[in-house]
Design a protein around this ligand. Sequence first.
Ligand code: PGA
Length: 251
Amino acid sequence: MRKKFVAGNWKMFTDRAGAKKLAEAVVAGLAGDNRVEVALCPPFTNLETVAAVLRGTPVALGAQNCHFENEGAFTGEISPLMLLDLGCSHVILGHSERRHKMGEGDALINKKVHAALAAGLKVILCLGETLEDRQGNQTGLVLKKQLEGSLAGLDEAKLERMVLAYEPVWAIGTGHNATPQQAQEAHAFLRGWIAQTHGKPAADALRIQYGGSVKADNAESLLKQPDVDGGLIGGASLKADQFLPIVRAGI
Ligand code: PGA
């Protein structure tokens, strides 16, 4: 049985005071309940603030990106070791906003995945098709290409510290979530690919989150699909009273 995993991706929102309040409200609302795994992923500048709130609680701390080297002359970048030093256990990589707005491709994402895992972080790897891909019946091809590229060179042991997040680009921040059937179909496709490349035990153990306009009122129908193991939540993770019901939908 895979434990459900719900992560809040705060994107480029919150200042330190707001981040502290939001993290405190999430921790208080969960009241130590760890039936669903929860991670909060604030912007880099608020990691230390949120780390102090989460210390000693079951809620994990994640970052939203990292570089593929642990140190060096890379102005403006943050390394996996720096994230660990701040108390992060997780990092989101390959988010569609980085793929499409910052020009990140699978080869770069793959280097980051290797570096993050080698440093000891767990990775939430995002993938998903655009509206154009879907309308052109290219969803399977696009997902396969992203899997092949981003997961290149990763064995079953490494996969154990990874989570996939299926995030159809057309559903992110648009208010148009995938239907539970569309999500289930894509998740089953991803798990099937992993079964073929890394074996059935690895595929059965792998958690696949759904992301894209998950809200309190659609979370339950999405999370009860057999291959949907949680959610990566953007907009609705910025308010504790919207995020907490999504976590509870996973119980
Ligand atoms: P959304 O974002 O929930 O605001 O659609 C999800 C994400 O980008 O991870």
